[in-house]
Design a protein around this ligand. Structure first.
Ligand code: IVH
Length: 688
């Protein structure tokens, strides 16, 4: 760890020097974490320094000063955003890591209340996931979202209203609202979107984000709202701040109210009664952690009664009425033994860290990704270094950074190998790529293996019974060489493989047959074109309708698809132009895979609504939302989820929400059911 050198002057007492050094060091890491969104040390190491400082200040209260990190939370607002003073400070949470610490917390609550002369009786608690994102304050005046602010230093945050407005699923307007309502919550990036964003960044030659939290923070703190809008951020609301004209008795009432008002509230927030029940719930969350599509780093436990909140108050920046039960840290420090290189499915040589095994987030990790050469160089990670390893949900463990302060001389920067580790072909480094590649695309068994593995995996063709091991086996046996060969596998031949048996063989054949029903966007994703993740595959399918149209499009046309940049567009174009690749796709078509959208999924070409973008809201009398969308698409129109300046029409049924008011404020024409019919019939001015 890059410990500070000690900021005190020579005349200081050692304890004063240590306090000054700790403050300087913590402030540096706070800056890296909050302002740069790029931490250099693990949360655990940060906590260690922080706890040491709290201890020293506790013993020497005369040395506490306003600039100590213990006296504020987070970082002051940065330039570029307007400062927003919070009506009520945005506090932070005390941590507990064990059941004993939780029970001690309840005991402290009781002692405090006793001292205040309050008899709470049995205390009831609410448990909530602790979302690992970015705290946000949302102010609604007369039901309209007027301001969104980050936490900043707890007193003053940054005005990020324009970026928050881009978040789908966050009400911009609420019905029956009081004059003033401040909603608090956490902005986060769902894991799939995070993986996709990083994949795209790497393809486009940008550095990957270290984790979803940093990606969310980096997106919200973009000065250009267009960039924020391209990232599918989401929000969970978890409480209410300042209000006027409304009040609540309990936190669970607040949560219920938020839910009813249409805010995204996590469905698993629960009132769990006693502290023992809360502990069970904490375990429940821990076991589910890896199944969630967002990252959590613990459970927040809150006293339910707001009268008790009042009586308990806060100690410094930490309320006494809540605590964070933290999971085992998802970062750890360990030795990097070696940097190894793997060939990826498109021939990229990907650097891997071989680690001294270490426990991270409850599992033992011995390998981690280093993303790409550029990232490796930026992080300056070398064999022999102590490194910080991070495990984020289901995402592959990654090396975040190296401790460089006490690195001895002579450790070399790792270099990509001159020959492919899988096939020995001489590697090349294209000028415009962050990767060195193995150019032996069709003959390299390493690339074939990765490609097959990707094709069959859960998010792609989802062929159960054809995991990594079986793919390797079939490759070694010479039974398959590319993805199309999967559809030639026969039951009898499979059953002859040792360990396979009749039943597994016929199950596998049935699974392969079933995969022919996988819809086009997922088949497109499974094909593994460079940089094309699940979300981009969906967008390409929607834009072009079938694989031939994508192939025939020139890179400029491909680039018009959401999420596709110039580099990726070029690569998609080149890879579909490749004769061997196209031959495989033609074979897949022949085996009956879906390489075009079905009727109904498809936007008709030359239809009356070509070039028209429609948003649907509310309930229509005789059509479901999906049915209405299918009709619009069949007429050649495009259906999107949120109203913007690009929306041509909003079709509104009953029980509409914020989309209607947004459309009205932007002057987007609003149609009822009859208006939709007129539009479908080709009347482009179907208003009254
Ligand atoms: S309550 C004073 N509830 O955790 C209470 N916070 O240190 C603080 N967080 O960044 C807010 N999930 O944004 C609360 N269900 C939840 C939360 C939550 C995540 C974040 C919060 C802040 C940090 C608190």
């Amino acid at each position: 760890m890059a410990r500070g050198e000690g900021a005190g002057t020579d005349g200081d007492e050692p304890v004063e020097r240590r306090i000054a050094a700790l403050r300087e060091e913590l402030n540096h890491h706070i800056y890296l974490y909050y302002t740069k969104d790029s931490p250099e040390i693990s949360d655990e190491e940060y906590d260690e320094l922080y706890v040491e400082l709290v201890g020293l200040e506790g013993e020497n209260p005369e040395l506490i000063s306003g600039d100590s990190p213990t006296q504020r939370v987070g970082a002051p607002p940065s330039e570029g955003f307007e400062p927003v003073e919070h009506a009520l400070p945005m506090l932070s949470l005390a941590n507990a890591r064990t059941a004993e610490e939780m029970l001690a917390w309840e005991k402290r609550i009781r002692t405090h209340l006793e001292r205040e002369g309050v008899d709470p009786g049995p205390i009831s608690y609410v448990t909530e996931p602790k979302i690992d994102g970015l705290a946000i304050s949302l102010t609604y005046e007369d039901g309209r979202l007027v301001r969104a602010a980050t936490r900043g230093d707890g007193r003053v945050g940054e005005d990020v209203t324009r970026n928050i407005e881009t978040i789908a699923g966050l009400p911009k307007e609420i019905a029956d609202a009081p004059p003033l309502l401040e909603v608090r919550g956490e902005v986060y990036l769902p894991l799939e979107a995070f993986a996709e964003l990083n994949e795209r960044r790497v393809t486009e030659g940008e550095a990957a984000f270290a984790n979803p939290r940093n990606a969310a923070a980096g997106s919200i703190r973009q000065l250009d709202p267009k960039i924020a809008a391209e990232r599918p951020l989401a929000v969970w609301a978890y409480g209410i701040g300042a209000t006027d004209g409304i009040s609540f008795d309990s936190h669970s009432d607040e949560i219920e109210w938020l839910r009813a008002a249409g805010f995204p509230v996590n469905p698993d927030i629960a009132g769990n009664g006693t502290i023992e029940e809360v502990l069970e719930r904490c375990e429940w969350w821990r076991d589910r952690r890896d199944d969630l599509d967002f990252e959590i780093d613990g459970v927040v436990v809150k006293v339910d009664s707001l009268a008790l909140w009042e009586a308990l108050g806060a100690a410094g920046w930490e309320p006494r009425w809540a605590i964070a039960w933290k999971f085992p840290p998802s970062t750890a420090t360990t030795l990097l033994r070696e940097v190894d290189w793997n060939v990826g499915r498109t021939g990229h040589l990907v650097p891997w860290a071989l680690l001294e095994p270490v426990r991270v987030g409850g599992v033992t990790v011995s390998t981690a990704t280093l993303h790409n050469e550029e990232d490796l160089a930026r992080k300056d990670v070398r064999a022999g270094d102590e490194v910080i390893v991070l495990r984020a949900g289901d995402v592959i463990p990654q090396v975040v950074s190296a401790v460089t302060s006490d690195r001895p001389k002579g450790r070399r920067r790792p270099k990509p190998p001159a020959n492919c580790p899988a096939c020995g072909t001489e590697t090349v480094k294209p000028e415009d790529s962050v990767f060195t590649i193995c150019p032996n695309h069709r003959g390299c068994p390493g690339q074939a293996f990765q490609h097959l593995k990707h094709f069959v995996h859960r998010g792609a063709m989802d062929i159960e019974g054809l995991g990594e091991k079986q793919v390797k086996r079939l490759l070694d046996e010479g039974m398959i060489a590319d993805v199309a060969d999967i559809y030639t596998l026969e039951k009898d031949r499979l059953a002859e493989l040792s360990g396979m048996g009749e039943l597994s063989a016929s199950n596998l054949v049935a699974e392969i047959e079933r995969s022919k029903e996988v819809p086009f966007p997922r088949v497109l994703f499974a094909l593994g074109l460079p940089g094309v993740g699940a979300v981009t595959a969906e967008a390409l399918a929607e834009e072009f309708g079938d694989i031939d149209a994508i192939r025939e499009a020139d890179p400029e046309e491909v680039e018009r698809t959401e999420g596709v940049g110039p580099v990726m567009a070029q690569q998609i174009n080149e890879s579909l132009a490749d004769g061997k690749t196209w031959e495989i796709i033609e074979r897949l078509k022949g085996y009956g895979l879906k390489l075009r959208l079905e009727e109904g999924e498809r936007r008709a070409e030359g239809g009356p609504l070509e070039g028209v973008t429609v948003v649907l809201t509310g309930t229509l009398p005789d059509l479901s939302r999906d049915e209405a969308a299918a009709l619009v698409k069949a007429a050649g129109g495009k259906v999107t989820g949120s109203v913007s300046k690009k929306t041509d029409f909003l079709v509104a049924g009953d029980n509409t929400g914020s989309k209607l008011s947004k459309a009205e404020s932007l002057g987007v024409p609003v149609l009822d059911r009859e208006g939709l019919d007129r539009l479908l019939a080709g009347d482009r001015a179907p208003g009254d």
